[in-house]
Write a protein that binds this ligand. Structure first.
Ligand SMILES: *Cc1c(COP(=O)(O)O)cnc(C)c1O
Length: 385
């Protein structure tokens, strides 16, 4: 039997309705949307533009401001490196946060090697950004602030609207990595005053390998230097033949996720509360990150007094969870360390990611199992040390 899947922050299974929506575009509708001279091109171009309109409407923006990418990693790279290259004459300072995903941190580090200066803001012990600290970090030469909407390890939601207001007042662009937030709550880029927003399909029942970047076209009109050149697709911002079936799947995934987000959020909140209550029956279990505001499907805890490697080995038999993000497995989480946890505590932490197919029975099984093995694990670690 396969382990219980509790790693929805890493990826999610495809929603069957998304699969249905994509089907025709793998077979009969195989044209290239850039083929402007015949019906094979027209029909898929129409599908791509419908997906663009739908995605734009879900973010409360215009279709021209949506460009399709291979996922959130590419969208983050394009946003950060594209803005840096377009605005370097105005300033070479960027502000981001220590708990960002590596797809934000690494482009920033690359820019440092090119002569940009990057401020990596610390977070408070609950994982939230201190707005006063952000205010003090902003300078005349700051061109971009990048703060994620929802954290992929601890699930906390950053105060985007307040950050948006602060950046707008100073004429600084705001980018947000919303890979974990899109489809789980309504996001309105006008209300949030966000200028660039990255998203991906596969975290919300969509296919892997597709995402999008929202780029504000008006007040302010954001400039970007493309990071990929070729056929001039996506208004020249991102060359390459569009992945038509995946783009159709992305729009469908967002559609279905948003149609059900409220009931799904309530359901997950209920399950997560049961999980947390069950784990709290054990001593020395710490919650990582604020309880609220937080993604309903996220619980991240540190089990004190156990060997991390051993803990994860035992967990593997019954459930699919991870210590940190999927992309950084093997290293102690930089996010938990930013909250002030030691490397050792970070290693004996578990990220539970609940999602669409998680059931109450599964949560009960997980609670029972952890209650059974933890005292045993603690005893072992105690003997060792
Ligand atoms: C998953 C994730 C990414 C990477 O998205 P891909 O589409 O897999 O490239 C980036 N940022 C966050 C916060 C994520 O959770």
């Amino acid at each position: 039997m396969r382990p219980i899947y509790l790693d929805y922050h890493a990826t999610s299974p495809l929603d069957e309705r998304v699969w249905q929506a994509m089907m025709p575009y793998w077979w009969e509708r195989f044209g290239n949307p850039a083929s402007g001279g015949h019906a094979y091109g027209w029909e898929v171009q129409a599908a791509v533009e419908m997906a663009r309109e739908e995605l734009a409407a879900s973010l409360n923006t215009v279709p021209e401001s949506i460009l399709f990418t291979s996922g959130a990693t590419e969208a983050n790279n394009l946003a950060i490196q594209g803005v840096a290259a377009a605005y370097y004459a105005q300033g070479r300072h960027i502000v981001t946060v220590q708990t960002e995903h590596r797809a934000v941190l690494e482009p920033c580090q690359h820019l440092e090697s090119l002569g940009f200066e990057v401020t990596y803001l610390p977070v408070q012990p609950d994982g939230l950004l201190d707005l006063e600290q952000l205010r003090q970090a902003l300078r005349r030469e700051t061109i971009l602030v990048s703060v994620m909407a929802a954290n992929n390890e601890i699930g906390v939601l950053q105060p985007l609207r307040e950050i948006g207001v602060m950046c707008r007042e100073r004429g600084i662009l705001l980018h947000t990595d919303a890979a974990q937030a899109v489809g789980k709550m309504p996001l309105d880029v006008q209300d949030l005053q966000v200028d660039l927003l990255s998203l991906t399909a596969h975290k919300i029942g969509g296919p892997k390998g597709v995402g999008a970047l929202f780029v504000r076209r008006d007040r302010p009109r954001v400039q970007l230097v493309p990071q990929m050149y070729g056929g001039g697709q996506e208004q020249g911002w991102r060359a390459g033949t569009l992945a038509v079936p995946l783009i159709v799947g992305l729009a469908a995934a967002v559609r279905w996720a948003l149609a059900e987000w409220e009931t799904e959020q309530a359901r997950l909140l209920h399950l997560r509360t049961a999980l947390w209550q069950g784990l709290q029956k054990l001593d020395d279990v710490l919650l990582n990150g604020a309880w609220s505001p937080r993604l309903a499907g996220n619980l991240n805890v540190t089990f004190q007094g156990v060997n991390g490697a051993e803990l994860h080995r035992r967990f593997q038999a019954v459930m699919a969870v991870s210590a940190g993000s999927a992309c950084s497995s093997g290293r102690p989480s930089h996010v938990l360390q930013a909250l002030g946890r030691s490397r050792q505590a970070a290693a004996s932490s578990v990220r539970f990611g609940l999602g669409r197919w998680t059931t109450a029975t599964e949560i009960q099984q997980v609670v029972d199992y952890v209650q059974e093995i933890l005292p045993e694990l603690r005893q072992k670690s105690y003997i060792k040390t």
